[in-house]
Design a protein around this ligand. Structure first.
Ligand SMILES: [Zn+2]
Length: 281
């Protein structure tokens, strides 16, 4: 799954390249990949893009919204730019290919391809109310201006679950993925198992600070690229954020601060990486 910075990188790119374009039509090569009446999209101008957590939306002139979910293997391909799961080079030049599920044809002749090898992803045409409804179980987006240290502190006070689990709870905060939860806890010197309600305001502020910092740095770097090279920068290169991982995927390697080997445990079923010396509390 892409994490928030990857989706935000895609959004910024689409914002730059799609606003003002008119969709001539959508070719649906796999019926399950598009939910809604494609006729309602024809002739519509793209007016804006938005994102809450990992949900990406494209707004149309008729007030309807295209909601994108890339899931595991979804890709958005526009010109030479590929976002999402990697594609062998030879496949990129000939589109549509066997993984192409949707083709958005624009009035100026350009095309956007929605490719999805495993067919878990989808695009749904929704009304503003339906969009709101689909986001009702999502917490505040952590790049929202309302996501303040005070708000964050209040939210983590009312549960005693381990802080690592609370960070990943999308109904509390939208968009914190496993990589960023691990690294922000390390930078804040907070043990991932610490009951959320035991953190004091200073610890919460520090954690808030590093969460925002890692996310914004990562967006600048073009999103992170996990070991399997899953997410690709708009210029076709891999994102560079993986070189900045503090503890994520570094089990057994020396802590960047104290050289103690990084430990890997499972919390709530998710791989959790931390330094047992630096993250005592
Ligand atoms: Zn350490």
């Amino acid at each position: 799954m892409p994490e928030l910075p990857e989706v935000e990188v895609v959004r910024l790119f689409l914002d730059q390249h799609l606003i003002g374009k008119i969709i001539a039509n959508i070719e649906i090569l796999n019926p399950k990949s598009f939910i809604g009446n494609p006729k309602l999209v024809e002739g519509q101008k793209i007016t804006k893009t938005s994102r809450v957590g990992k949900q990406l939306s494209i707004y149309l002139g008729n007030n309807l919204i295209l909601l994108f979910h890339l899931k595991m293997t979804g890709q958005i391909i526009l010109g030479e730019f590929v976002f999402g799961h990697p594609t062998p080079k030879e496949d990129k030049s000939i589109l549509p290919n066997k993984s192409t599920r949707l083709v958005f044809n624009f009035s100026n002749g350009s095309k956007l391809f929605f490719n999805d090898q495993r067919k878990f992803g989808w695009v749904k045409l929704v009304t503003p109310d339906e969009l709101k409804d689909s986001q009702k179980n999502l917490g505040l987006d952590i790049l929202s201006s309302k996501f303040t240290p005070k708000y964050f502190y209040q939210q983590i006070q009312n549960t005693s679950r381990p802080i690592k689990i609370v960070l990943l709870d999308q109904s509390k905060f939208a968009g914190i993925g496993n990589i960023y939860a691990n690294d922000s806890l390390f930078l804040s010197k907070i043990n991932p198992l610490t009951p959320s309600s035991k953190l004091n305001f200073n610890q919460a502020s520090l954690l808030h600070h590093f969460l925002i910092q890692i996310m914004t740095d990562s967006i600048k770097a073009g999103g992170s690229t996990a070991k399997d090279n899953k997410y690709i920068h708009p210029d076709g290169s891999s994102g560079q954020h993986q070189f900045n991982f503090q503890v994520y995927q570094r089990a057994g390697e020396p802590c960047l601060v104290c050289q103690t080997p990084i430990k890997r445990i499972k919390i709530g079923g998710r791989g959790t990486f931390y330094c047992p010396k630096c993250q005592k509390n």
